[in-house]
Design a protein around this ligand. Structure first.
Ligand code: ATP
Ligand code: MG
Length: 427
């Protein structure tokens, strides 16, 4: 670890790349909208960079770990003042309670501005909530969940916040489940309002291009009855959104110099967050007595005639179980193989008009899930294994039952919490 002491004059800007810890030894500095006085700390996480601005003549000690570094930033390349001004102007004009939705493409600074606006609210003494609606780069909860938190002190990274409530979504891509994301956000917003929150800042995902993305984002803003929308660094998006929400939209410049995250960095950040929430004790849940969402095993018994055709076509020894849902059937097979693929095509011809879902038993484990408890909270859980006959399932979770329902995602993980596969129904 390297320690540096910085002397700052009012208006000086330095950019700190984490992992780093700042401590103010004298004076007052501003970082991410927070105003830190003597003795106060601020942690800048790995793969994150922030600007620190001297408010008065001040001295800060910075501890740098790993690849962390500090550099001078010039006002021309740094939108910090603009961000703070817009945050303050929103807070001065917004009614109470106020909901602000932050939109923008990947790496445009959405999460940073969310934290900054929350910090400006905290500075004014407001009761603040953050809704993290980015299922892919979720910070308050694990990936595939959206989260609500009430920060009590300066926000430096959403990942450091304790979740007040999580809502299971079940995908790290928003596109297949936009309705679920919107309704879950509205639920979290309602909870915050009923808890007397005065400012709700909603962070979103970076999917903003193409009709489906825009339709989703517009529905999102409308469903939340957002008082303001902040669009990060994208003139076209800002113009488009401003046409639909006249008077309520702010456009902000994105940071020109910033820490970047590769696809592998992002995967690792997700892996860490899965581990943080899922590493718990094993609990057995009887899925025969518990409603299970997002799983074929909730289906009803298949007609004997249909099972016979399936067994004849795929081979009796291959078919473990068949369940039905209106319009389709789920076929649990021992394993996938090329011969089976061919047989499935044949089967599809024989029973036209019926949707078929093929579930190999070998992959019906290690599925990201949630167990909803008596308070209606979605506890992150990992479905480690399930016996399809008895419906007894083993979950790893930090939460204690009794659980009212189980929610199964489209994401399968490895033993060390990497994503093994995603995008389909697993059990
Ligand atoms: N004022 C700033 N100066 C330099 N870097 C900054 C500044 N504000 C934010 N950053 C950095 O820019 C990067 C992207 O910011 P952020 O994570 O807020 O974007 P995002 O739009 O939420 O990204 P994602 O789409 O991944 O959610 C982060 O490393 C962040 O620390
Ligand atoms: Mg973000």
């Amino acid at each position: 670890m390297v320690k540096v002491a910085l002397e700052m004059e009012p208006g000086d800007l330095v950019r700190v790349f984490g992992p780093a810890t700042l401590r103010v030894s004298s004076g007052l500095v501003s970082v991410l909208g927070a105003e830190l006085g003597e003795g106060e700390f601020f942690v800048i996480g790995e793969l994150r960079s922030y600007v620190v601005k001297g408010v008065t003549a001040s001295r800060i000690d910075v501890e740098l770990e790993g690849d962390a570094r500090v550099e001078l930033a010039s006002p021309e390349e740094e939108p910090y003042d603009e961000w703070v001004e817009v945050a303050d102007s929103i807070l001065s004009s917004c009614p109470t309670p106020c909901t602000v939705t932050v939109l923008g493409s990947t790496d445009s600074g959405k999460t940073s501005f969310t934290a900054l606006l929350a910090n400006r609210g905290i500075l004014r003494g407001l009761k603040v909530a953050i809704v993290d609606a980015d299922v892919g780069q979720a910070d308050i909860g694990p990936p595939g969940f959206i989260g609500l938190a009430y920060p009590k002190s300066w926000v430096s990274w959403l990942r450091f916040l304790e979740p007040e409530m999580l809502r299971f979504i079940g995908s790290i891509e928003p596109s297949p489940l936009v309705g679920r994301i919107i309704s879950a956000c509205v639920e979290l917003q309602a909870k915050a309002l009923s808890d007397g929150v005065e400012l709700i800042v909603v962070d979103s995902d970076g999917w903003v291009e193409g009709w489906a993305a825009l339709e989703y984002k517009v529905d999102f803003v409308r469903a939340l009855r957002s008082n303001h929308v902040v669009v990060m660094g994208d003139d076209r998006l800002a113009e488009y959104i401003a046409r639909l929400f006249p008077g309520g939209v702010y456009k902000l410049t994105r940071p020109m110099v910033q820490a970047t995250r590769s696809a592998e960095d992002r995967r690792r950040l997700r892996q860490e967050n899965y581990r943080r929430f899922l590493e718990g004790d094993l609990v057995e849940v009887d899925l025969a007595k518990t409603p299970v969402y997002g799983a074929c095993i909730s289906g009803y018994k298949a007609e004997e005639k249909l099972v016979k055709i399936i067994e004849e076509t795929l081979g009796e020894e291959m078919v473990e179980l068949v369940t039905r849902y209106p319009g389709g059937a789920c076929i649990y097979v021992e394993d996938q193989n090329p011969a089976l693929q061919q047989a499935i095509k044949e089967l599809q011809k024989k029973i036209q008009g019926l949707e078929l879902m093929i579930i190999p038993l070998s992959t019906a484990k290690m599925i990201l899930s949630a167990l909803r408890d008596g308070r209606g909270h979605d506890c992150p859980a990992l479905l480690v294994d399930v016996d399809l006959r008895s419906r007894k399932a083993l979950f790893k979770t930090k939460c204690k039952g009794p659980f009212k329902s189980a929610l199964i995602s489209r994401i399968r993980l490895t033993e060390d919490y990497r994503e093994a596969a995603r995008g389909r129904i697993w059990i």
